[in-house]
Design a protein around this ligand. Structure first.
Ligand code: TXA
Ligand code: MG
Length: 327
């Protein structure tokens, strides 16, 4: 996937002028601004409706940019960067003064990654500075995995959204905290716990709620308008049928069975975890747009990429009355 040079030049010019640009990455689309410019960063928070204390992920054009964006970099960070960048892995490190506090929500740590997408990399290299970019959705909503999703959510507020096809991975990056002592997994993604442990040679446990110093990391909702229910694969259609007696139900399934009543909407995610992750957010969005009041999904086995899928579905299904903190 490549973008015509004039569009890249326009995007870089907008960023230099302190504007935001919609950016494809291999995980989800981001809303990018100059990570060194507090006024530009303020626009991200305003456009998303996101509280300013929620830190943004800062994107680098190359692992060699690491030393300008972080300090006290441990050997473990260099090893993970070498092994997984460009790719869907965010490292939490100590912030260098070059990265604005506006990007880190006032924290002395910063989340850094090199995205594995040719358009994102071309823009980063053309711009020549780190780009802060949260997912390009309204705060609390489902992340976008196509340009069309971004335009639907934020099209009237963003001057340019670059085209980059469907995001290959489909769920947000894995986040590992290396800023203090032993590594902790803050968010599961396509780089799995097993892969991290193999690369580092030490356990990388999930952070406990009390360990997390940044808001927006836990208890987030990646929620559509519809209510979301999760169940086992064997009970999926039975559950959907029971609910459909009183409301308009949509199911996220591997494949639609022939005998499912036609008043139940369905979206086929696919057979493998990679297909399910790739299609998950489009599935939630599509059933929402079809007007479903309730979306029922199965949970895949929570190993490997399945852990990331489970995490996002469980958050989407979390009670809405509790304060939504999704990014
Ligand atoms: O795949 C991704 O990571 C996408 C694409 C666009 O790169 N970005 C993304 O950003 O998901 P966002 O802002 O929607 O999610 C950022 C997450 C939040 O949960 C936030 O708490 C966590 O990263 N985070 C960022 N900086 C942090 C820090 N310094 N300490 C702890 N958590 C941090
Ligand atoms: Mg987000």
């Amino acid at each position: 996937m490549s973008v015509a040079d004039p569009l890249l030049e326009r995007a870089a010019a907008l960023l230099h002028a302190g504007e935001v640009v919609g950016l494809p990455t291999e995980t989800v689309y981001g809303l990018a601004a100059d990570a060194t410019n507090p006024e530009a960063l303020a626009k991200i928070f305003a456009i998303k409706g996101r509280p300013t204390g929620h830190p943004l992920i800062v994107h680098l054009g190359d692992a060699s940019w690491l030393d300008e964006s972080a300090t006290d970099i441990p050997e473990s960070a260099r090893r993970l960067a070498e092994r997984f960048w460009p790719g869907p892995l965010t490292l939490i490190l100590r912030r260098s003064p070059r990265v604005s506090l506006a990007a880190t929500g006032g924290l002395e740590t910063v989340g850094l990654r090199v995205p594995d997408h040719p358009v994102a990399l071309a823009l980063l290299r053309a711009f020549g500075r780190p780009l802060a970019a949260p997912s390009a959705n309204r705060f609390g909503a489902v992340s976008p995995t196509t340009r069309a999703h971004v335009l639907r959510d934020l099209g009237d507020r963003v001057p340019l959204v670059l085209e980059g096809g469907e995001s290959r991975v489909g769920v947000e990056s894995t986040i590992v905290d290396l800023s203090s002592g032993a590594p902790r997994l803050l968010r599961p993604g396509a780089v799995t716990q097993t892969e991290l442990e193999a690369a580092l040679g030490v356990p990388v446990p999930f952070a406990l709620p009390g360990d997390v110093r940044a808001p927006g990391t836990l208890e987030s909702h990646y929620a559509p308008r519809a209510r979301v229910l999760v169940t086992s694969e064997s009970e999926l259609f039975e559950r959907a049928r029971a609910l459909a007696t009183t409301e308009f139900v949509g199911v996220l399934c591997r494949g639609r069975p022939r005998d499912l009543p036609k008043e139940i909407a369905s979206y086929e995610l696919g057979a493998t975890d990679a297909e399910i992750a790739h299609r998950l957010y489009d599935g939630l969005r599509s059933l929402d747009e079809a007007g479903c009041e309730c979306i029922v999904s199965f949970l895949p086995e929570a190993t490997g990429l399945g852990a990331a899928i489970e995490d996002r579905l469980v958050r989407a299904a979390a009670p809405r009355s509790s304060k939504a903190t999704a990014d």
